[in-house]
Design a protein around this ligand. Structure first.
Ligand SMILES: *Cc1c(COP(=O)(O)O)cnc(C)c1O
Length: 425
């Protein structure tokens, strides 16, 4: 599908029916797959042949959807996971283990921040948290001989920081380290990190990709561009024989597919965070309209951001699509078609006024979600990020009065009318 435009890939990539087969991606709601001979099955276990045998390792429905996302990102290989959390965990744990070090941006989704500071520390992995606006020379100094990856978000949730891809990719590659970018917010429709040298992309497909708040899911896409075999001692899991698979060397045997093959055949085998084929089916339907929806999310969000900015009750507005936003220049460089539908703002009168305002909304709901078709709001300091101290909140780019507003694809006049009536109260 590589010659088609993104809008076409959203619809046509992935499932390719042959004559007489279902036009729409079938749900292979089966844990197991049948073989005629014991030898055929044995070859699959030996990784000598590719094929399906157990859905924890691979399922045809999931593979078709992973391939569509891979195609949208311009990647080489991809896999689905049960959630965005699992995607980020697997992406890191596939190349880092006890005794290793990773570098992460401070401006991350709260769940990812917890995972990659607290939980991963219990597995013996040390984390350096950096301000993504760090000077490149300071960034260079953060790399250690045992640094295995750098992870950041292309647009951070909820602080809407836009990543300086060039800076991160340059510093990491100089140190022989791959860059992992969580591209959940802009989606490949608006930003394709591989074009800027990023090595691995992750997604919470729960957000815009599914788009209708029906299925939690995640995805990892590998560009296939990082040369693991250049650093065999740094990435032994990929470049040295794996005893749990009769001494296979993943990066050698599977080349550009080595990273995803290892994640599937070892991490998924052992930890089991698979996406259900039913959820993958929902995700695929969401992906079909992704390009259309992103366009509307972005145009609605820009109109709402401008309206909020002009409102006397509003203390501040962040939206990288606004011309005077501090992230606008980077957004124009890396995602010129648009950013996402999420805006953050604060209301004069602080915390109390914010809560009263949110409780007065009628069309726009208070939910712990972002990035679906329905407009919704959330107050991170009292919801998603409530486990963080005020200091950590500010470090993560989350002001205590910040309201995260996920602008949906309703008629924008109705959205603005709801804001108006809430302010009047
Ligand atoms: C929601 C989110 C996650 C976590 O994804 P789940 O699907 O909820 O597990 C990770 N990264 C970002 C940027 C997110 O917005």
């Amino acid at each position: 599908m590589s010659n088609y435009k993104l809008e076409t890939k959203c619809i046509q990539s992935g499932w390719q029916p042959s004559t007489g087969e279902a036009r729409v991606l079938p749900i292979y709601q089966s844990t197991t797959f049948k073989y005629d001979t014991s030898d055929q099955m044995g070859a699959l276990f030996d990784l000598e042949e590719s094929g399906y045998f157990y859905t924890r390792l691979a399922n045809p429905t999931n593979d078709c959807v992973a391939n569509k996302i891979c195609d949208l990102e311009g990647g080489y290989a991809a896999m689905l996971t049960s959630s965005g959390q699992a995607a980020n965990f697997y992406a890191v744990f596939n190349i880092a283990e006890a005794g290793d070090h990773i570098i992460i941006s401070s401006q991350l989704y709260g769940g990812t921040f917890n995972l990659l500071t607290t939980t991963i520390a219990k597995m013996g992995i040390e984390t350096t948290v950096i301000d993504p606006d760090i000077d490149i020379d300071e960034l260079r100094k953060c790399f250690k001989p045992n640094t295995k990856c750098v992870l950041a978000e292309s647009i951070s949730n909820p602080s809407l920081h836009v990543l300086d891809f060039d800076k991160f990719v340059t510093a990491a590659h100089e140190a022989g380290v791959p860059v992992i970018v969580d591209n959940t917010f802009p989606t490949p429709i608006n930003c394709r990190p591989f074009e800027y040298g990023v090595d691995i992309v992750t997604h919470s497909t729960t957000k815009y990709m599914d788009g209708h708040a029906t299925a939690v899911g995640g995805c990892i896409v590998d560009s296939g561009n990082f040369d693991w075999m250049k650093y065999p001692d740094k990435f032994p899991g990929l470049c040295k024989p794996d005893e749990s698979y009769h001494g296979v060397v993943f990066a050698e045997k599977f080349g550009k597919a080595g990273y995803i093959t290892k994640a599937t055949t070892t991490l998924m085998r052992d930890l089991g965070s698979i996406q259900s084929p039913q959820n993958a089916f929902y995700l695929n339907i969401g992906l079909e309209t992704l390009a259309l929806r992103m366009e509307r999310h972005c145009s609605n969000a820009l109109a709402v951001a401008k309206w909020l900015k002009a409102n006397e009750n509003v203390a501040w507005v962040n939206y990288p699509g606004l011309e005077d936003d501090e992230n606008h220049e980077k957004a124009m460089k890396y995602m010129p078609k648009g950013t996402c539908g999420v805006i953050t703002f604060g209301i004069k009168g602080g915390r109390e006024a914010s809560v009263k305002f949110m409780d007065s909304l009628k069309l726009i709901a208070i939910v712990t979600h972002v990035a679906d078709a329905r407009s919704c709001v959330l107050h991170p300091a009292s919801h998603t990020h409530r486990q963080m101290t005020d200091e950590q909140l500010i470090e993560a780019g989350v002001k205590p009065d910040l309201i995260r507003f996920s602008v949906g694809i309703e008629n924008v006049e109705d959205i603005i009318d709801d804001l108006k009536q809430a302010f009047n109260q």
